[in-house]
Write a protein that binds this ligand. Structure first.
Ligand SMILES: Nc1nc2c(c(=O)[nH]1)N[C@H]1C(S)=C(S)[C@@H](COP(=O)(O)OP(=O)(O)OC[C@H]3O[C@@H](n4cnc5c(=O)[nH]c(N)nc54)[C@H](O)[C@@H]3O)O[C@H]1N2
Ligand SMILES: Nc1nc2c(c(=O)[nH]1)N[C@H]1C(S)=C(S)[C@@H](COP(=O)(O)OP(=O)(O)OC[C@H]3O[C@@H](n4cnc5c(=O)[nH]c(N)nc54)[C@H](O)[C@@H]3O)O[C@H]1N2
Ligand code: SF4
Ligand SMILES: [Mo]
Length: 898
C-alpha cells in the first residue's frame, strides 16, 4: 500500500460536497487553519472552490455546542449517556422497538454511520433509522437498484474529461460541485468540440459552458428522456448487440416510451421545448459515442424521481454506454459522505454493506457476524413518514445526528410541532443554536469536521481519510463514541467495545466480503489495516480487493454483468406524470428551491465565514420580470410567499434566470438567521412512492409585496435577538453581525427601538437625525473601532450599503466617519459588494475597471483586478457583470446618441 508522506501540512478531505476534494491544512497561531488544495488528490488535483478555501474560517469556537445537557442543564457525559440509554430502553419496553428512531446524515463519517446503523437495526432491532440522504439521493439509490440490482455509481471523474458529450441535468454543477464543473470547463477549453448540454428549468451559472440549454418545464424529465429513447429507436441508433447480451425489458420500456413520447411534437408539448431544440439534443446524443449524463436534485427531488433516474439509465443501456471510458450515467452525490452512508446501510430500507431486507442469506450473514438475534426484519420508516409517526405519537423517542430537519424537511412547521410534542428528542450537533437544537430535550456535543477522524466516500466511490486537525473545544466527542457509549449503557456492551475509529473501519470492511464478494461493494483489501495503515490510508476507489495493488476498478459493469439475479441490467418502463400538486388560481406560481454558491445547507458552518456571507447576504426569491410586473413587485423589496403549508418573507430578485410562472428560492436561511426565510415552510411533503424522496423542486405558491414603512441596517459585535421586528436577517461579518431589518413602524419609531440595541456605557457617538427625510444614522466608536451602528430610512434599497460589511474590523478614520454620517461610502469603502471572495474584490472595483480600461473578457478582468484568480468560482459572475456592463454601456450610448 502506498503511504502518505510526512509533511507539516496534514492531508484531509473537504467538509462539504460529494466531490470530496483533498485538502491540506495547517493550524495558525490564532486557532484557525491555513487551507490549500491537495495536489495529489485525484478528485481535485489541488483545486478548491470558495467554500473549501474558507474552511479555515469556520473552525471558530463561536456558537459551538460544548457540553452535554438535559432540559437545558449542563450535565456530565455519564449522566447524559445514562439518561438517553434509560429513556430509550424504557420506551422500547413499554411501546416496542418501533417506538424509537434515529434520524442521521450524510455528514457523519462512515465509522459513525456504521455504528448508528448497527445499534438500531442490529441490536435495538428496528428498521427505524433513516437519513437526510432520503431527501438527497434516495431516488438515485432506488433507480440504480431497479436497473443494476445494486446501488452502484458506475463511472468516475476522469470520464468527464474523456467524454465527447456531457449532459448535465437537474444539477447546478457550477455552484454545487464547483470542482467537477471546473474540470469540465478546463477540458472544454482544451477541446472545444466537447458538447455540454444543460437541462434545467432555470438558467443557472452552469449554462456558462453549455452549447445548449434546455429550459424544460419543471418535472418533465421523463418525457424528455422517453422522447430520446423513442428517437434512438426510430432512427435505428440503438446498440442492439449490447441490449441483447446484457439487458432485459427493452421492449416494454421502448413501447411505453413510444406511447408517452413517441412523437416529437408530443415531447415538445410535455416539456415546453421546441421541436428544433429536441432534435438538436437527440441528434447529438445519437451521434456522440462517449456520453456522460450527470444528474442531481432536479432529477432526484421529485415525486417521479426514481422514474426520472430510470429514464436516464434506459437511454444509456440502450446505447451500451455504461462502464466505458468517457461513458455512463453519473449521479453526483451531495453530501461529503452520502455514499458512505449508503454503503453502511443508513437508509431505512437497506442493510449494512449493500445487503438487503428480505434476503435470508443476508439476514443470516449479518446476524452471525454481529452475533445478534435481534436484527431488524421490517423496513423502517422513511424520513417524511418517520416525522409523521413522531407527529401522531407512534414514535416517542428520536435521536437526530448531524442534520437539521426543522429547516430541511418539507412542511417545516409541522416538523417543529412534531418534535415539540415528542417525549424524547436527543440531538447530537456541534453547534449550540439551530432550529433543531431548539426542540431538543437532550443535547450531545459532537466533534466538528476539523476535530474528527475517519473516512468518507465521494461521488466516484473514492474513500478518503478525514483527519484530526485541531483540539475539540469543551467536551465534544466523536459521534461513534457517543453512540457506542449509549449502546453499552443499553446492555449491548459486547458489540460496541471500540477504542478507535480504525477498529470500526476494519469491522465494516470485513463485513463487505462476507459472502465472498458477491456484491459490488467490496473492501476486503482494506479489511485488516493496522492503526498505522489506517492513519496513512490514501484515497482509493472501491471495490478494493487487494491491499497491495494499485486501483483496478475505476469503472464498474465493464464486462456488462450486473448484480440482478439474471446478471442483466433491467430497462424500466416509465411514463411522464404531472407533479404532485398543480398551480391554481390561489397558488398560481411554481416554487423551485436549491442552493447558492457560497452557503452550505442550513448555514451552521458556512454561515461562520464573513467571506462566504458576502456573496448573497439575504434570502431571496427570483421572479421573472413579467411576473414581477404582474404582481407589482420591485427588485430589492420584500415579498411574502404563501403555499398551502405556510409562508416566508424574502427579498425580491427580478431575474430572467427563471421563466415566467416559476420562482426560485435558496434553501439556506432558517429561524436562527432570519425572521421568515426558511423555504421548507412552503414545501409540500409529497414524496416519490418508491424512494420516499420529497418533491422539493415544485410547490404551488402565491406571491405578494410586503408593505413595510421603514428599513434598517444594524451592525453589532454580538448576536442580538431581533424577533420583535417584522422582518430581519442576520449576516456574519468580520468582527460581528450585520442585521437587515424591515418594519411596519415609521422610521423614527424604528430608530427609537434600535437605539436600545446600541447602548454602550462609553465611547464616542456619531449621529445624524434627518426627521424631515426620515433618515437616521448612529454609530458608537471606541478607540477608533466601531462597536455598533445603525442606519434607518423608509427605504434603504436605493442606497448601496455593502460597505457596512467590513466596518467592525476597520480602523475608523475620517473617511469612515464621514461615510457613517452621510450614509454614503467614501474613500476605501467604495469597492462595493464582494464578488471574488478569495481575492476580496468588490463589484464597484470590477465595474469601474471594465469601464475605464475598456475590458472585454473575464481574463482581462482577472489580469486587471485579480478577481477570479483564486478558486475561480466567481468567473461566471464576472462574465455576468461584463455582460451587464456591456448592456448598460450600450444603453447609455443609445441614450446619449438620442
Ligand atoms: N454551494 C453548495 N453546494 C452544495 C450544497 C450546498 O448546500 N451548497 N449541498 C450539496 C448537496 S447535499 C447536494 S444534494 C447537492 C445538490 O446539487 P444540485 O442538485 O446541483 O443543486 P440544487 O440547487 O438543489 O438543484 C439543481 C438544479 O435542479 C434544477 N431543477 C429544478 N426542477 C427541475 C426539473 O424538474 N428538472 C430538471 N432537469 N432540473 C430541475 C434547479 O433549477 C437547480 O438549478 O449540492 C451539494 N453541493
Ligand atoms: N426546500 C429544499 N429543502 C431541501 C433541499 C432542497 O433542495 N430544497 N435539499 C435537501 C438535501 S439534498 C439535503 S442533503 C438536506 C440538508 O439538510 P440538513 O442535513 O438538515 O442541513 P445541514 O445544515 O447540513 O445540517 C447538518 C447539521 O449537522 C451539524 N453537524 C455538522 N457536522 C457534524 C458532525 O460531525 N456531527 C454531528 N453530530 N453534527 C454535525 C451541523 O451543525 C448542522 O446542524 O436538505 C434537504 N432539504
Ligand atoms: S468542490 Fe468545493 S465544497 Fe466540494 S469538496 Fe471540493 S472544495 Fe469542498
Ligand atoms: Mo443533499
Amino acid at each position: 500500500m502506498a503511504i502518505n508522506k510526512v509533511t507539516p501540512w496534514v492531508k484531509s478531505t473537504c467538509a462539504y460536497c460529494g466531490v470530496g476534494c483533498g485538502i491540506e491544512a495547517k493550524p495558525t497561531a490564532n486557532g484557525q487553519l491555513d487551507i490549500r488544495g491537495d495536489v495529489d488528490h485525484p478528485a481535485n488535483y489541488g483545486r478548491l472552490c470558495s467554500k473549501g478555501l474558507a474552511l479555515g474560517e469556520t473552525v471558530t469556537h463561536e456558537g459551538r455546542l460544548q457540553y452535554p445537557s438535559i432540559n437545558g442543564q449542563d450535565v456530565d457525559w455519564n449522566s447524559a449517556i445514562k439518561h438517553v440509554a434509560t429513556q430509550f430502553s424504557d420506551i422500547i419496553e413499554q411501546h416496542g422497538k418501533d417506538a424509537v428512531a434515529f434520524y442521521v446524515s450524510g455528514q457523519l463519517l462512515t465509522e459513525d454511520y456504521y455504528v448508528a446503523n448497527k445499534l438500531m437495526k442490529g441490536f435495538i432491532g428496528s428498521g427505524n433509522i433513516d437519513t437526510n440522504s432520503r431527501l438527497c439521493m434516495s431516488s438515485s439509490v432506488a433507480g440504480h437498484k431497479r436497473a443494476f440490482g445494486s446501488d452502484t455509481v458506475p463511472g468516475c471523474y476522469e470520464d468527464l474529461e474523456l467524454a465527447d458529450m456531457i449532459v448535465i441535468t437537474g444539477s447546478n454543477l457550477a455552484w454545487c460541485h464547483p470542482i467537477l464543473y471546473q474540470r469540465i470547463k478546463a477540458e472544454k477549453q482544451r477541446r472545444p468540440s466537447l458538447q455540454v448540454i444543460v437541462i434545467d428549468p432555470r438558467k443557472t451559472d452552469t449554462c456558462e459552458i453549455a452549447n445548449q440549454h434546455l429550459a424544460l418545464k419543471a418535472g418533465s424529465d421523463v418525457a424528455l428522456f422517453n422522447g430520446l429513447l423513442s428517437y434512438l429507436n426510430q432512427h435505428h441508433q440503438l446498440n442492439n448487440a449490447y441490449i441483447n447480451a446484457h439487458t432485459e425489458g427493452f421492449e416494454q420500456a421502448v413501447e411505453r416510451a413510444n406511447k408517452d413520447a413517441g412523437d416529437i411534437a408530443t415531447v415538445a408539448a410535455k416539456t415546453g421545448l421546441s421541436i428544433e431544440q429536441l432534435n438538436t439534443f437527440y441528434r447529438l446524443y445519437a451521434k456522440n459515442e462517449k456520453v456522460v449524463t450527470l444528474y442531481s436534485q432536479g432529477v432526484n427531488q421529485s415525486i417521479q424521481g426514481t422514474d426520472k433516474v430510470n429514464s436516464i439509465l434506459n437511454c444509456h443501456l440502450a446505447m451500451g454506454r455504461i462502464g466505458k471510458p468517457g461513458s455512463g450515467p453519473f449521479s453526483v452525490t451531495g453530501q461529503p459522505n452520502a455514499m458512505g452512508g449508503r454503503e453502511v446501510g443508513g437508509l431505512a430500507n437497506t442493510l449494512a454493506s449493500h445487503m438487503d431486507f428480505g434476503n435470508p442469506t443476508h439476514h443470516q450473514l449479518i446476524s452471525d457476524y454481529w452475533q445478534t438475534d435481534s436484527l431488524a426484519t421490517q423496513l423502517g420508516l422513511k424520513a417524511v413518514e418517520l416525522f409523521d409517526a413522531i407527529d401522531n405519537g407512534k414514535i416517542k423517542a428520536i435521536w437526530i445526528m448531524a442534520t437539521n430537519p426543522v429547516v430541511s424537511l418539507p412542511d417545516a412547521e409541522k416538523i417543529k410541532r412534531a418534535l415539540k410534542k415528542c417525549p424524547l428528542v436527543v440531538v447530537s450537533d456541534c453547534i449550540a443554536d439551530t432550529d433543531t437544537t431548539r426542540c431538543a430535550d437532550v443535547l450531545l456535543p459532537a466533534q466538528g469536521w476539523s476535530e474528527k477522524s475517519g473516512t468518507v466516500t465521494n461521488s466516484e466511490r473514492r474513500i478518503s481519510r478525514q483527519r484530526r486537525l485541531l483540539p475539540t473545544p469543551g467536551e465534544g466527542k466523536p459521534d461513534w463514541w457517543i453512540i457506542s457509549e449509549v449502546a453499552k449503557s443499553m446492555g449491548f456492551a459486547k458489540a460496541f467495545t471500540y477504542q478507535h475509529e480504525a477498529e470500526i473501519f476494519n469491522e465494516y470492511a470485513i463485513m463487505t466480503g462476507l459472502d465472498n464478494a458477491k456484491r459490488d461493494l467490496n473492501l476486503t483489501g482494506l479489511a485488516h489495516l493496522t492503526t498505522e495503515q489506517y492513519a496513512q490510508l490514501l484515497p482509493q476507489q472501491w471495490p478494493v480487493l487487494h491491499i497491495d495493488k494499485e486501483i483496478t476498478h475505476k469503472r464498474l459493469f465493464t464486462d456488462g454483468r450486473f448484480f440482478t439475479p439474471s446478471g442483466k441490467a433491467q430497462f424500466i418502463a416509465v411514463q411522464h406524470q404531472p407533479t404532485a400538486l398543480q398551480c391554481n388560481a390561489d397558488f398560481p406560481l411554481s416554487l423551485n428551491s436549491g442552493r447558492i454558491r457560497d452557503q452550505w445547507h442550513t448555514m451552521t458552518r458556512t454561515g461562520l465565514s464573513a467571506r462566504l456571507g458576502a456573496h448573497k447576504p439575504e434570502p431571496f426569491v427570483s421572479v421573472n420580470p413579467i411576473d414581477a410586473e404582474h404582481y407589482a413587485l420591485q427588485h430589492g423589496t420584500i415579498a411574502t410567499l404563501t403555499s398551502p403549508f405556510g409562508n416566508v418573507q424574502v427579498r425580491v430578485d427580478i431575474s430572467k434566470q427563471v421563466n415566467q410562472g416559476q420562482l426560485f428560492m435558496p434553501i439556506h436561511w432558517n429561524n436562527v438567521t432570519s425572521s421568515a426565510g426558511k423555504v421548507c415552510n412552503l414545501i409540500s411533503p409529497k414524496t416519490d412512492d418508491i424512494s420516499g424522496q420529497p418533491e422539493f423542486k415544485f410547490t404551488p405558491v402565491s406571491i405578494a409585496s410586503f408593505a413595510y414603512k421603514s428599513e434598517a441596517m444594524l451592525l453589532s459585535s454580538t448576536v442580538l435577538d431581533m424577533t420583535e421586528f417584522d422582518y430581519w436577517v442576520r449576516q456574519k461579518v468580520t468582527g460581528g453581525y450585520l442585521y437587515r431589518i424591515a418594519s411596519c413602524l415609521l422610521p423614527e419609531q424604528l430608530m427609537l427601538r434600535l437605539s436600545q440595541y446600541c447602548q454602550h456605557e462609553n465611547g464616542r457617538e456619531l449621529s445624524f437625525n434627518g426627521a424631515s427625510s426620515g433618515q437616521y444614522r448612529y454609530a458608537n466608536i471606541e478607540k477608533q473601532r466601531l462597536r455598533s451602528c445603525y442606519l434607518v430610512a423608509d427605504d434603504l434599497q436605493q442606497q448601496d450599503l455593502d460597505w457596512l460589511q467590513n466596518l467592525l474590523d476597520e480602523p475608523i478614520d475620517i473617511t469612515v466617519e464621514r461615510s457613517l454620517i452621510s450614509g454614503t461610502a467614501e474613500g476605501k469603502l467604495a469597492a462595493g459588494k464582494t464578488v471574488c471572495a478569495c481575492k476580496q474584490v468588490g463589484r464597484n472595483t470590477i465595474c469601474q475597471a471594465i469601464r475605464e480600461q475598456h475590458l472585454k473578457s473575464v481574463d482581462q478582468i482577472s489580469a486587471c483586478t485579480k478577481a477570479g484568480t483564486g478558486c475561480g468560482s466567481c468567473v461566471p459572475e464576472l462574465q455576468q457583470i461584463l455582460d451587464e456592463e456591456g448592456i448598460a454601456q450600450t444603453a447609455l450610448m443609445y441614450e446619449e446618441n438620442g
